[in-house]
Design a protein around this ligand. Structure first.
Ligand code: AMP
Ligand code: GLY
Length: 423
């Protein structure tokens, strides 16, 4: 079958590679794609207008649409396809607009968890109208204080503050000065959860589900988890503390009630659920839902999937995921992200990237493009992810860092401590 994947990051590079390996895949297109993806698929520029995507799907006889990032999901691409007769036979790996609210509105996600008894931090939601109650609620909590913009804020909408006066002042700026635009017209204030985070991924057809490998993401720019938050500096899969006992708790307390909750609430959902979890003394709590795979988690999760992913996607489309066998490799995957100097603040693009051909492990491009001479140059903050598989974490780390050292561009930076906390 012909498949269209939307997105342009390392996540889509890892998904595109996996799709291209399927015997079921004839032609794979990625919109807009990147240089790394060009090795596995044809990059096409379709813009974000759904009608352009529709025209392309009809012209190229696309039979499956896989959506990488959240924005088209929150904008309702699945509903657009489901409501158009000419697109009704396209298999969608894309939850509905209502389902995408699990990521698009933190208030919606919190109400969903409350309604379905899913463990999460205690919280309340505030607007301009009840700002003073927000201040009172903050005073009932102990520091640090967690403030979250309700809507999508490019991963920047969460503030964690130690000082009550600062928390009150930020709440005011979020609500009255639109610190995160419309996204902070509502603000969630929640209890701080102390523990270690991990990311659990589920593929669901809305009724049945498969749990994908668990990963840990390294979000801060600096070693020892210091400095500014980024889109992710590396990832590891599996995560030693997420053992069978922990994942059983996640499955029974979180995954099952989530899938049942979607069904009970009549929310159509075919695609990935990314559950950001805090392990608080061995007990899992949901920090957030995302309605897509994580980046850079996908770069360590997908290389561990042994089964044919297109067959899994077809099973989702046919709502028979219960009959699909998902095979996972026992290997450990380590992914290290090379980023531009200055990232996540101001950085320069257009740097020539050398050494990619000597890498023995996987190279997943995040922000790259071809220059006029067909050289690969940097085109983003996160530039390339290197993923290695090993029989254990130690071996995967050694292989990954040996490869990372072969890649060079002016100002390249990477964290040298990915996965070391798990040894
Ligand atoms: P989010 O955008 O919801 O993923 O939040 C960003 C980050 O803030 C998370 O990855 C956590 O590290 C942190 N965070 C969010 N909520 C809480 C909480 N209730 N307690 C502790 N840390 C949190
Ligand atoms: N790695 C976190 C995310 O994709 O949102």
């Amino acid at each position: 079958m012909n498949i269209l994947l939307l997105g342009s990051g390392g996540r889509e590079n890892a998904i595109a590679k996996k799709i291209s390996e399927s015997a079921k895949c004839d032609r794979l297109f990625v919109a807009p794609g990147n240089c790394g993806i060009a090795k596995y698929a044809k990059n096409v520029d379709l813009g974000s207008d759904f009608s352009e995507i529709k025209n392309f799907v009809l012209k190229e006889n696309i039979q499956m649409l896989v959506v990488g990032p959240e924005q088209p999901l929150v904008d309702g691409i699945a509903n657009y396809f489901l409501e158009d007769k000419s697109l009704q036979n396209v298999i969608l790996i894309a939850p509905s607009k209502e389902g995408a609210k699990l990521e698009g509105s933190k208030d919606f996600a919190k109400l969903f968890m409350q309604r379905h008894n899913i463990p999460t931090a205690r919280y309340e939601t505030f607007t301009k109208e009840n700002f003073m109650q927000g201040v009172e609620f903050l005073k009932t909590l102990t520091p640090p204080y967690v403030l979250k913009a309700d809507g999508l804020a490019a991963g920047k909408g969460v503030l964690i503050l130690d000082d009550i006066n600062e928390a009150i002042s930020e709440l005011k700026i979020m609500l009255f000065d639109a610190k995160f635009g419309d996204a902070s017209a509502k603000v969630i204030i929640e209890e701080y959860l102390s523990g270690i985070e991990c990311s659990v991924f589920v593929l669901t057809d809305g009724k049945n589900y498969k749990i994908l490998p668990v990963a840990k993401d390294y979000k801060r720019i600096g070693e020892g988890d210091s400095g500014l938050n980024t889109g992710g500096m590396g990832s590891v899969s599996p995560v030693p503390f997420a053992d069978k006992n922990f994942i059983d708790k996640v499955e029974y307390r979180i995954i099952k009630p989530t899938i049942c909750g979607l069904r009970d609430d009549n929310i159509s959902y075919c695609g990935f659920i990314f559950i950001g979890l805090m392990n608080v003394g061995g007990e899992p709590y949901v920090i957030e839902y995302n309605v897509r795979m994580g980046d850079p988690e996908t770069e360590s999760v997908f290389p561990r999937i042994k089964s044919d992913i297109v067959e899994a996607f077809i099973a989702v489309g046919e709502k028979r995921l219960d009959n699909y066998q998902l095979e996972i490799s026992d290997n450990t995957a380590v992914c290290v992200m090379l980023v531009s100097k200055g990232y996540p603040e101001h950085y320069e693009k257009g740097k020539l990237i050398k050494g990619l051909n000597s890498v023995e492990s996987f190279v997943f491009h995040s922000g790259t493009k071809f220059d006029a001479n067909n050289n690969v140059i940097s085109n983003g903050g996160r530039v390339v992810a290197i993923t290695a598989l090993g029989k254990d974490l130690q071996e995967a780390l050694a292989k990954c860092y040996a490869d990372v050292e072969k890649v060079y561009f002016d100002g390249a930076y990477y964290r040298k401590d990915i996965g070391k906390d798990l040894l």
